[in-house]
Design a binder for this molecule. Structure first.
Ligand SMILES: *[C@@H]1O[C@H](CO)[C@@H](O)[C@H](O)[C@H]1NC(C)=O
Ligand SMILES: *[C@@H]1O[C@H](CO)[C@@H](O)[C@H](O)[C@H]1NC(C)=O
Ligand SMILES: *[C@@H]1O[C@H](CO)[C@@H](O)[C@H](O)[C@H]1NC(C)=O
Ligand SMILES: *[C@@H]1O[C@H](CO)[C@@H](O)[C@H](O)[C@H]1NC(C)=O
Ligand SMILES: *[C@@H]1O[C@H](CO)[C@@H](O)[C@H](O)[C@H]1NC(C)=O
Length: 492
């Protein structure tokens, strides 16, 4: 009876016949276990490629609203990081009035050299959230970098940290600082030296976001770097960052077990950072490196990856993940551009909605299957929401969709639950190809990023402490629920 009514409620989309009705059952704990991970109030961040940051903020209409939509959910503007390959091609010039100066032969090219002035930092200061600013180490001109760092420190009240160099493992034969031997050890010695010199020049401790490699640990990473740092170097570090682009096919990208094992790469580095009393973040990340892949990054499957990846990285005690936004008009993984929205924004939005106001997170699954269940707890350690994820792959128009039911037990405090669903026609759905995802029935407008449509909740009764959430109509399902003392509402 109950399941039938759920089917009626949720299977409203025209779908192919359902193959099987597999069920996974989980019990929601009454309160967060001791081992539950503490959440950052704004774990979903954005990274803007250094040279493109001014254009994103001054010339792309969607930027402000897309960021503000997250602030509306959490009360906090998402943290941003400004940096990338072009931070190590940039020279600071205190005498130019322009924000940034460079020439490129095509609008989709990244500049090979650029100059930025004090107005760059003034623009960054206008942002209401925190900013990590990436400065140049590759050029080996610490005088120039300290001059820029001093202006950043004096003009940006929102400055969280400064990076000294981006992805140094790729500098051999490219950057002056790496003209001799360049290994993880020489880079670490260079970082330690620069952390101390820049920190001392600013008379500020806990100011450097250190690390910033993309190649996987343990060769390049926080544990390797920390082992070289003495207490002086450590005192200037605010946090440790790594970059991550899992890549692969859309099927592997969105797979929950793949996401879990990919995040597992960082376990030892996270522990090493925590061992120093500092936070660990992904300073630059997205689906596929180099601006993304056309057949992967703009697709709904990448939105599902974004959503699950945010929850999984948060669970792993990665405090913030900064999703990279590169060259405008040449960026498959970007959440928005000048014209169209990108499907991944929907996944990011759903993740922000799931985590909003949460203090702790735990997972009820072990990360080994296609199905995920996360519980987000409030500051009193009581369950606030759940997010359910079915990562079975389905491409619209091919084969038959299966189905997956999630049964949640232990919902004793609630008489009914309310849910919001993140869905699309298939994993390959793209906004620019006319297939908009929806989250709780709503979409985001192209150009403005304004949320539109009527918010749809799916509700169901709790019968003897249990409720079934039926994933019949889609291949990627996210259910999120909010619980209050008397009523649990679930957002699917
Ligand atoms: C914004 O776009 C205009 C016209 O394309 C261009 O002249 C200007 O330099 C751009 N400004 C920024 C900050 O990118
Ligand atoms: C900036 O201008 C001052 C004089 O106003 C000059 O002394 C200085 O060398 C200039 N700096 C650069 C980097 O051009
Ligand atoms: C290094 O930076 C300083 C200060 O910005 C500048 O005067 C100098 O020319 C730079 N050196 C090189 C080799 O570019
Ligand atoms: C810490 O290491 C730096 C090099 O990274 C060195 O210059 C400094 O003397 C060391 N400080 C102490 C107190 O050992
Ligand atoms: C955004 O524009 C694309 C065309 O480029 C279109 O397919 C899509 O439906 C539009 N999205 C919305 C929400 O209007």
């Amino acid at each position: 009876m109950f399941c039938l009514s759920m089917k009626k409620l949720l299977c409203v989309l025209p779908v192919l016949p359902v193959l099987a009705n597999a069920t996974v059952t989980y019990t929601v704990p009454a309160s967060a276990a001791t081992g539950a991970t503490a959440l950052d109030p704004a774990p979903v961040g954005l990274s803007f490629e250094f040279f493109a940051f001014p254009s994103y903020f001054k010339n792309v209409t969607a930027t402000k609203q897309c960021l503000q939509n997250f602030e509306t959910l959490t009360g906090k503007w998402p943290p941003i990081r400004i940096g990338g390959t072009t931070q190590d091609r940039a020279s600071y010039d205190p005498n130019i009035s322009a924000i940034v100066e460079y020439t490129v032969s095509a609008s989709t090219d990244a500049p090979t050299a650029l100059t930025f002035g004090p107005a760059f930092m003034t623009l960054a200061e206008t942002y209401a959230g925190t900013v990590v600013l990436g400065l140049n180490r590759g050029h080996d001109n610490i005088t120039n970098t300290i001059a820029a760092a001093k202006i950043a420190k004096s003009s940006m009240t929102n400055l969280l940290a400064i990076e000294l160099g981006n992805e140094p493992e790729y500098w051999s034969g490219v950057q002056p600082i790496a003209s001799g031997t360049w290994t993880p050890a020489t880079d670490a010695a260079s970082q330690d030296n620069w952390d101390i010199q820049v920190g001392q020049a600013l008379s500020t401790q806990s100011i450097i976001q250190a690390g910033n490699s993309n190649s996987g640990p343990p060769t390049w990473g926080a544990a390797e770097l920390i082992a070289t740092e003495n207490e002086t170097a450590k005192s200037y570090v605010y946090d440790y960052a790594h970059h991550n682009y899992p890549g692969g096919t859309l099927t592997s990208l969105m797979s929950h077990s793949s996401i879990s094992s990919n995040v597992g790469i960082f376990t030892a580095d996270i522990a090493a950072a925590i061992g120093t009393g500092k936070e660990y973040v992904l300073g630059e990340t997205n689906s596929v490196s180099g601006g993304g892949a056309a057949d992967v990054s703009p697709a709904f499957g990448a939105a599902l990856w974004t959503m699950d990846y945010v929850l999984r990285t948060s669970l792993a005690n990665i405090k913030r993940a900064y999703f990279h936004h590169g060259t405008i008009g040449a960026c498959y993984y970007c959440w928005w551009g000048r014209f169209d929205m990108g499907a991944p924004y929907y996944g990011a939005y759903a993740a922000v909605a799931a985590l909003a106001g949460g203090s702790y997170i735990s997972a009820l699954d072990d990360g080994s299957t296609n199905y995920a269940v996360y519980i987000i707890y409030d500051s009193a350690r009581k369950p606030l929401r759940a997010l359910l994820y079915n990562s079975d792959y389905y491409a619209a128009g091919t084969g038959t969709r299966g189905s997956q039911s999630f049964v949640l037990q232990g919902l004793t405090a609630a008489a009914s639950v309310k849910a919001k669903r993140l869905t699309a026609a298939g994993a390959g759905s793209r906004v620019d190809q006319g297939s908009n995802p929806t989250f709780g029935g709503q979409t985001f407008a192209n150009v403005t990023c304004a949320i539109g449509g009527t918010e749809v909740f799916e509700s169901t009764a709790v019968v003897t402490g249990g409720a079934t959430f039926y994933g019949c109509c889609i291949r990627g399902v996210a259910f999120v629920f909010t619980m209050s003392v008397m009523l649990m509402s679930i957002w699917i």
